[in-house]
Design a protein around this ligand. Sequence first.
Ligand SMILES: NC(=O)c1ccc[n+]([C@@H]2O[C@H](COP(=O)([O-])OP(=O)(O)OC[C@H]3O[C@@H](n4cnc5c(N)ncnc54)[C@H](O)[C@@H]3O)[C@@H](O)[C@H]2O)c1
Length: 425
Amino acid sequence: MKPIVNGSRKLIVVGQGYVGLPLAMRGVEVGYDVVGFDLAEGRIKRLSIGESYVEDVPHAVVEAALATGRYEPTNDPRLCEGFDVAVIDVPTPLKDKVPDLSHVEAAAGMLAQYLRPGAMVVLESTTYPGTTEELVAPILEAGSGLIAGTDFHLGYSPERVDPGNKTWALTNIPKIVSGVTDASLEAVQGFYAELVSETIAVSGTREAELTKLLENTFRHVNIALVNELAMFAADLGIDVWEALEAASTKPFGYMGFLPGPGVGGHCLPIDPSYLSWKVRRTLGQSFRFVELANDVNEHVPDYVVQRLLVAFNNRNRRAIQGSKVLILGLAYKANTGDAREAPGTEIIERLVSLGAEVRVVDPHLSDEPEGFYTMVDLTPAELARADAVLLVTDHDAFDYDLVRRHARFILDTRGRLEGPNVERL
Ligand SMILES: NC(=O)c1ccc[n+]([C@@H]2O[C@H](COP(=O)([O-])OP(=O)(O)OC[C@H]3O[C@@H](n4cnc5c(N)ncnc54)[C@H](O)[C@@H]3O)[C@@H](O)[C@H]2O)c1
């Protein structure tokens, strides 16, 4: 296989979301002609006028990319013709609790039509071990008549970006790289070496796929551990937050995780289930840690509502029905506007079904509210009119002093506040 030697090199990034858009922008920066391919017409329209919907990518960066003449957001697959490198960054959700690889299949099927000898395809979407070789390779081969690892390069490189993280981003997070052959690994590593400061090669695509699932399962399990600990500590009358803070002073052998209202986003509620599904399907066995962590974390939103019910009973001497609850933060984590799978949504649904009137403050959220609650600004009047304030996501943008001063009662699921009117999870 000949290495690609280019004057202008064409990079396709399939999927222009939280992962694909930053990669496309970086590709432009290092000199590629980049096609940002996405099926969502609305997203393509916005990108075409220099508008970003990903918080970590400022509008100015998209505008600058467009101004180079080397970034083309499109939903027309024909523009993918003649690519040198294609990276797949499409969603990998669960459907009926089973991995849904339909987006990956569609992306690979589209790319197969335009695959040329010597080109390279990399899968970045999070998925179970075996996907690159057992699912993506056959689709690319069948559609192109070429052989993976022989006629074209194929690899897997998990994306580790952490939306909202100001310290760690695409360029300085070490990138795991793998290929279906040594030559593919070399090509994949060469590609990423241009984009990021450090690449780490693993011997096969399955190891790379497992690495990502290990990282997210590790977080998921540890969050479940502290969530369960928080529930028991509350019943035992022990301040779990103080214990967690004290434990975090140990300079070795301990890594701090904090309790919260449950897990959300595109990763933790989903990725570990890709792993447990693979283990069950291939080995017929249950991945007990994953099942247990799912069980604990899925229960937390319900627990939060229970705690609020008890607080209404004990503090307010009233039922939650007809009461006003102000939710602070709906995004699944602080300082992002991503409310996918956010536990706050489940909490709101339960509160509304119990007859509470729910209002939500979230300065990061750009999506329209889903109808059963009202979005409001954080004002003294909103805080004062609420029978309870529920801190779900501790965005830095909230004026916590204002909250403490004007709220009658606060249930804090993030351990951020203290005071006579505050109860922590
Ligand atoms: N968001 C994160 O923090 C994060 C971090 C690491 C890894 N990941 C993984 O990266 C992958 C992508 O996640 P994301 O958060 O960027 O998703 P996203 O939903 O933000 O973006 C995915 C984009 O792919 C598009 N798309 C779907 N099918 C397509 C197709 N066949 N062709 C072209 N475009 C298509 C969608 O319209 C969407 O714009 C997932 O596997 C996810 O688990 C996400």
